[in-house]
Design a protein around this ligand. Sequence first.
Ligand code: SF4
Ligand code: FES
Length: 385
Amino acid sequence: MTDTQMLSREAAPLEEEACARAPVGLLAELTHRCPLQCPYCSNPTELERANTELSTADWQSVMRQAAELGILQIHLSGGEPTARRDLEEIVETAAKSGLYTNLITAGVLLSRERLEKLRDAGLDHVQLSIQDVDVENADRIGAYKGGAKKKHEVAGWVRELDMPLTVNAPIHRQNIENLPAIIDYAVDVGAGRLEVAHIQYYAWALKNRAALMPTKEAFMKTAEIVKEAKERLKGILVIDFVVPDYYAKYPKPCMGGWGRGIINVTPSGRVLPCHAAESLPGMQFDNVRDRPLADIWLNGSAFEKYRGTDWMKEPCRSCDRREIDFGGCRCQAFALTGDAANTDPACSLSPKHEEWAKVAEVESHKPAPEFVYRRMGKAANATSE
Ligand code: SF4
Ligand code: FES
């Protein structure tokens, strides 16, 4: 028997086991490069540089391994994934491997011709982010002149090329008044889905929390607007509504639970249970350059660390909701309490909840400070309101 035959025999049980417990999706952060500088970017504040990025062949291998593992959807993200010139090749490999491919893009680097090439390579779906419907405000938030106009063009091309379109609209105190117009915009451009996503406060957004946090009253109004629009637009537009943790009673099951549903691969190939996991101290992250994806998913120490419920402390340990929300978000628990195994302060049962909810109330009623814009190297300030 050759070494290769031996290896494939030994690998079979691992793949079978991994497949049985496979995550639904893989978020491929193809690059951290991006022409926009949104102050709520979910990328880490220490961005990975272009010379550390995985090669085309590495990403193609990730796509094939993901399919073998039983993953269904690939979210091609960034930074801005279209900054990679080899995106077509990566999409083609993913599509040929049987994966559903979703491009998460700011759109500003796309041409109609490139979008057509991506569609022909097998791209299934486009998720286009917008900053606002007010063109001037949108360009200010993304720090990219002409961005809003270009995005509008891109939305038109997606529909002309007969591809399904989702509009992603991060909502915060500096665009919240325009929510009804954002919903109209999504209908006008022919989107089938709109994500009304209140900001989640990690990474760059945590730095900019006071500049982004809406008042509770403003948030409640968005819940009413979305409820009415969902009813009115049945059969035309599906609206997903992501609420801000700071105004919730219970936390969200972040990532569907740690190590349960999603794998995140960084531009340099580190495999994370969530996009912010590198903010946690004392963790070891495996790299797809060194270890098979299935093995990392099943046995990697970072995935094992908070998988299931055994790691929980009180009040989560004895709580009826522990298999529903898995104690909330580990990264938020660490950022706000100093211990990732603590209950997420978004939970009203957390001893830190009151103090934490107060922060939102105080910050949202003060004048907004300047944005700290996302930027490689030095962060930059600019006037916000
Ligand atoms: Fe969820 Fe823990 Fe709060 Fe219970 S105590 S609701 S498990 S976060
Ligand atoms: Fe890391 Fe929620 S962002 S667990």
